[in-house]
Structure formats: C-alpha cells, structure tokens
Write a protein that binds this ligand. Structure first.
Ligand code: 13P
Ligand code: SF4
Length: 320
C-alpha cells in the first residue's frame, strides 16, 4: 500500500510537470481509475475517452487502455504527444482483423457501406465509411439501414449479431470476437439468475448473442454503469470485464454486484472476465512512461490519418 501511494504521489507530480492528463478505461485496474479521477483526468468508455482527449488542453495524453484507444487519440489530436503505459496492450478484435485481409473482404463487396468497430487499427478505420463504438453502434446502423444501405460489418461478430437482430439490417460480417466477453456462458448464467431472481442482468454486447438474450440491459460500459444506478434492483449480475465494478460500487454503495459466470463447473477459460491487455496498465508503467516516453509514444501513419479522421468524425458528429 505504501509503495502504491509513493507511485501515486510521484505520478501526480509528473503529470503536472509534463502538462499531461490521464485518460483511463473502465477495464483498467481500480487504482488506475482512482488516479485518473484524483488528477483531473477521466475514466470512461471508449467513445467518451476519445471526446475527453480531444477537448482537454493538456499537451500530453497518457492513455491507460489498449492500443486502439491510443491510436484514436493520436488521429484526433496529432499535435499532442500521446503516450501509453505500454504499446503491447492490444485487443483480440484488432489482432483478428489485419488490414490486408480486411481490404480484400471490402474489395469483394464494393456496394456495401463499411462500418467498423472502434477496436481496430488506424488502417482499418481509414478503410471504413463509419466507425462506431458499442454506445452508438445500434443507432448508426439503424440510420444507415433506414437509408437503404447494405452494410459490411467488422470485426466483432457478437456485436454485429446483436445489432442485426435488433435492426434487421442487411449486414455481412467479419468473424472476430473479444476473448474476454466470448467466455461468458449462457447455461451457467441462467443458473445464476435462478439463484438470484431479484438481480438484474447487465450485458456488454461483445458477449455471445444467447448471453445477450438473457440481459435486462445491454450496452456500452458507460450505459451499463448508468443502468446500475437507474434500475431499482439491489443486485446485479454483470457480464463484462470486472474492472467495471470499481465505478459501479463507487456510484451504488448499497447495491451488490456479481460477476457473470465465465465457465461451467470444472471448466477453465483463457481470460476470465478480465482483459489481459487492459491489465498491463500498472502504476509503474505509467510512471515510467512519464519519465521517459521513448518506445511508448503512439504514432500513426499520417497517410492513413485523413481517412480514419473522416470516419471517426462522422461518429462523433452523429453521437453528439
Ligand atoms: P466500451 O467502453 O466502448 O463499452 O468498449 C468496451 C471495450 O471493448 C473496451 O475494451
Ligand atoms: Fe479487446 Fe475485449 Fe480487451 Fe476490450 S476487453 S480490449 S474488446 S480484448
């Protein structure tokens, strides 16, 4: 504890000295989220992180999250120095959607509007007509569908299936998945629901569709936190990364939160309700990045920036 406090004190000082602000995602460890809050930074979902970094006057953004979040920040504000505690923090959706293959997929279907999830590289974003995050994906696809557009969707098949089911839009899907949400199990979740009949079930739409079908509320991390506050239930079963419990408990101290089951009895999973890449963002890594950003600074290919910016701005304007 003492050691943690020392790190925190030094980081606070360095943030001031370097004119830097900490922008953290809800899946990072509780101490990182607390530090972002205490130092005037933000803890947010991926859409709000992008907006916050875009508007904040600091010269340097320290993005505690995963690579695509750092790249999005750099595309939006290339004049800022964007640093991450580690550039190794990636995402299975991003990894599973390499640009060469995605380009081929798009080239085979030139008549379709390309809509991609924010969890992708700058190159994939540059190829897209629209970017979406889980907080605005449904509305954007609904809007495009109403205009009669056919959609090529990537990379998250589960989010795509959920949106397709809700909107009935014509969507051709890339078959990517989040390794964390992919592990939530329907049968074990129904059993848990039966044990806690008064609990509301909150589900992030990166989860498989049969898990989403059991939800009382489906939404982005921010939308799930809001639901925890607004629903009258005193108990919640939550199907997303457990990092989110920090904020839920803070805002609803009189409510109880249970992690949704990630495996049946006796089974194991690769990444049970906590993203291994989000977990790479530690206090030491943040201090190191502030002391010497070499090898931790995010750069994006400027020839891709304009394309990625155009589709990102479409999202930001739509969701304003
Ligand atoms: P949101 O915070 O936008 O819901 O996204 C979750 C996510 O995939 C971050 O890893
Ligand atoms: Fe990617 Fe899933 Fe980790 Fe989010 S939780 S960064 S979607 S692997």
């Amino acid at each position: 504890e003492q050691e943690k406090q020392t790190y925190k004190d030094r980081i606070k000082q360095l943030l001031i000295e370097k004119d830097a602000v900490l922008v953290a995602h809800y899946y990072t460890d509780p101490e990182i989220q607390a530090l972002a809050e205490e130092t005037g930074g933000c803890v947010a979902d991926s859409l709000e992180m992008a907006r916050f970094g875009n508007k904040h006057p600091a010269k340097t953004l320290i993005v505690a999250g995963v690579r695509f979040m750092g790249e999005t920040a750099k595309v939006l504000t290339p004049e800022k120095t964007v640093v991450m505690p580690t550039l190794e923090a990636t995402c299975s959706l991003d990894l599973g959607c390499p640009i060469e293959e995605f380009n081929k997929f798009c080239d085979q279907h030139p008549e379709r509007t390309v809509v991609v999830y924010a969890n992708t590289s700058t190159a994939v974003k540059a190829r897209a007509d629209w970017i979406v995050t889980s907080s605005c994906a449904l509305e954007i696809v609904d809007y495009l569908d109403a205009k009669g557009e056919k959609i090529l969707w990537g990379p998250d098949k589960h989010l795509g299936n959920y949106i397709q089911k809700q909107t009935d839009a014509d969507m051709l899907m890339w078959q990517g998945a989040c390794i964390v949400h992919d592990e939530f199990k329907t049968k074990a979740l129904s059993d848990m629901k039966a044990l806690h009949p008064d609990a509301a079930v909150l589900v992030h739409p990166e989860s498989p569709i049969d898990v989403v079908d059991l939800a009382d509320k489906v939404g982005s991390t921010s939308q799930l936190i809001k639901a925890a506050q607004e629903l009258p239930n005193k108990k919640f079963i939550v199907a997303t990364d457990r990092g989110i419990f920090y904020k839920m408990q803070q805002l609803c101290p009189d409510k109880e939160f249970f992690e949704a089951p990630t495996a049946g009895e006796g089974a194991t999973c690769k990444s049970c309700a906590h993203c291994p890449w989000m977990a790479m963002n530690g206090l030491k890594e943040i201090e190191d990045a502030l002391l010497d950003p070499t090898g931790k600074e995010v750069f994006v290919d400027m020839s891709l920036r304009d394309g990625a910016l155009k589709s990102l701005n479409r999202m930001l304007d739509f969701a304003a």
